[in-house]
Design a protein around this ligand. Structure first.
Ligand SMILES: C[S@@+](CC[C@H](N)C(=O)[O-])C[C@H]1O[C@@H](n2cnc3c(N)ncnc32)[C@H](O)[C@@H]1O
Length: 205
C-alpha cells in the first residue's frame, strides 16, 4: 500500500475518489448518522474524512500508510477543513488512538483483512465505539466479477491480494458484537467500473 501511495498519482489510484460514494453521502444527508465523533479505519488519502468534517462531524482518519496520511493532512489543510489523521495498524493494539467514537466506518478496507485477522479487527472497532455507537462497513463481495476473476482470494494488477466475502461470512463476523441493522450485497459505482460490495450498517451491542 505504501508503495502504491508513493508511486501512483492520486488521480490514478483506482479507489481514490474525491467525491464520496452515494452510500456515505446518503447516510449523512438522510440523518441516519447525525454529526458526531466519527472515525474512518483505512482512510487512504482522507477524502471521506474531509467530507464528514465539512458536514459538521468531528472526524478522525486512520491508515497504516504514512504517505497516505501525509497526503490526507495536506489535502485537509489545502481545503481548510479541520480533521485529525493518525498513522496506525488497525490490526494492532491501536495505542495511537486515545479516544472513543459514536460512528466508525471502513470503506473498502475489510477485503484487505483476511478471515484469520478479522476477529482482532472487529474487536478493535468494538472497543473504539461508545455504547450504542454505529458502524458502517463496505467491502468487496464474492459476487463481484472484478479484479482477478473468480474465487475468494484475487490478485489485482496493483499486486495486492484481496479477499472477497459472502453475506454469511459477514453476518457471522459481526453478529456477536454488533446488532445488524442492515446487511446486503449492493452495486456501487467504482472509479472505473461498477462492483458488488457487501454493505453492513451495525450498532454496538
Ligand atoms: C482500498 S483502500 C481504501 C481507502 C479509503 N477508504 C478510500 O476509499 O479511499 C484501503 C486502505 O486501507 C489501508 N489499510 C490496509 N490495511 C490496513 C491496516 N492493517 N491498518 C490500517 N490501514 C490499513 C490501506 O493503506 C488503504 O489506504
Amino acid at each position: 500500500m505504501e508503495k502504491i501511495y508513493r508511486t501512483i498519482s492520486p488521480e490514478k489510484i483506482p479507489w481514490n475518489l474525491e467525491i464520496p460514494p452515494d452510500i456515505i453521502q446518503n447516510i449523512v444527508k438522510s440523518g441516519r448518522v447525525k454529526p458526531c465523533k466519527a472515525i474512518e479505519l483505512g482512510c487512504g488519502t482522507g477524502n471521506y474524512v474531509i467530507y464528514l468534517s465539512s458536514m459538521d462531524f468531528n472526524t478522525t482518519g486512520v491508515d497504516i500508510s504514512i504517505t497516505a496520511i501525509e497526503m490526507a493532512k495536506k489535502s485537509a489543510t489545502e481545503k481548510k477543513i479541520k480533521c485529525n489523521f493518525i498513522t496506525a495498524d488497525v490490526l494492532g493494539e491501536m495505542a495511537e488512538i486515545q479516544s472513543n467514537y459514536d460512528f466508525a466506518y471502513d470503506w473498502e478496507l475489510l477485503h484487505h483483512i483476511f478471515p484469520e485477522e478479522r476477529e482482532k479487527y472487529i474487536t478493535n472497532v468494538y472497543k473504539l465505539l461508545n455504547p450504542g455507537g454505529k458502524y458502517l462497513s463496505v467491502c468487496f463481495s464474492e459476487k463481484s466479477p472484478q479484479f482477478g476473476g473468480a474465487g475468494k482470494y484475487r490478485k489485482t494488477p496493483f499486486d495486492t491480494v484481496l479477499y472477497f466475502s459472502s453475506d454469511n461470512e459477514m453476518v457471522n463476523l459481526f453478529q456477536t458484537l454488533f446488532e445488524i441493522e442492515e446487511l446486503k450485497t449492493v452495486t456501487i459505482q467504482g472509479k472505473y467500473t461498477p462492483h458488488k460490495v457487501i454493505y453492513a450498517f451495525l450498532k454496538k451491542r
